[in-house]
Design a protein around this ligand. Sequence first.
Ligand code: COA
Ligand code: ZN
Length: 303
Amino acid sequence: MTEQTRVNIVEIGPRDGFQNVRDFIPTALKIEIIEGIISAGVQRMQLTSFVSPAAIAQMRDAEIISRHCIPRYPDRQFSALVPNFHGARLAQACGYREITPVISLSETHNLKNVNKTHRQSLDEIARIRQSFPEVHIVQDIATVFGCPYEGRMATPPLLALITALTAEGIDEFTLCDTIGVAYPEQVLSTLNAVRSAFPAVKLNIHIHDTRNMGIINSYLAAAWPVDAIQTSLGGLGGCPFAPGASGNTATEDLVYLLHAQGMATGIDFSRLLATAKHLHQHVGGSYSGHHLHISARQKDFNP
Ligand code: COA
Ligand code: ZN
């Protein structure tokens, strides 16, 4: 690995992290955390999601957060998760140049998550793409490695789903381990299978740490290399429609590892960790990050 190896981190804590917190987090505190992450040098971030308040009430301030951040930080690449056309239209009106529709490889999870069959979601994504051609789509595919309802997932249906999505003009995908069941060989063989079937698409990865596989899977994907890795500050996260879901790979843990291995992220580790600790102190939830729990009696290490 050379000094020059650059890894693109996409911070998703303000979306995947906050969505699984039961009590409403004051909007001002969300913005404070987002701005802490920005000041640590993070370039790409999912700020929120435009979802039904009946589905996830925590995200009901999506518009306020977006209208605060998008004009203030024009040099950053922000995106928002959208479960349907309605959400995409709201995101586009707020000024997003990138959005993330979500479809699950498991049709059962897709029905629980967005109340749509695969066919209905594909039609919705096609409509979004045709209606907002100026907005770049980074397509999330959930439950790629396993589903709480259908179990372990296979690669051929994933390739079929990506075939259908590329036919709609989608050229960037994030493979999501929604319930944290992926293991290294599965991550690498899945990435290789998608890359050889679709050499031109951009591929990102999104890993939950439920079974202590977050850091190894995320690191191997970085070294593979994927185009971007999604991580969550503090390791806060989880899909409310996947029973027992828990947090993502923690951004600060991955940044520590990448820097130690001579890879560059453009992120100031100390500032990022300070923001993670601030989040942990003020927002209750399940955090998978290790740096949060290091005793104050230890010296600070910053690779
Ligand atoms: N944003 C805000 N409100 C929305 C909306 C959106 N994106 N989509 C629908 N709504 C509103 C509708 O206006 C309607 O409101 P009304 O009852 O006042 O008329 C209501 O929600 C129901 O609309 P409908 O189209 O029937 O949606 P649904 O009940 O089938 O729910 C989703 C579908 C996709 C909106 C809902 O399942 C959802 O928001 N899921 C979120 C999934 C998610 O974020 N998971 C975690 C990340 S993977
Ligand atoms: Zn997730």
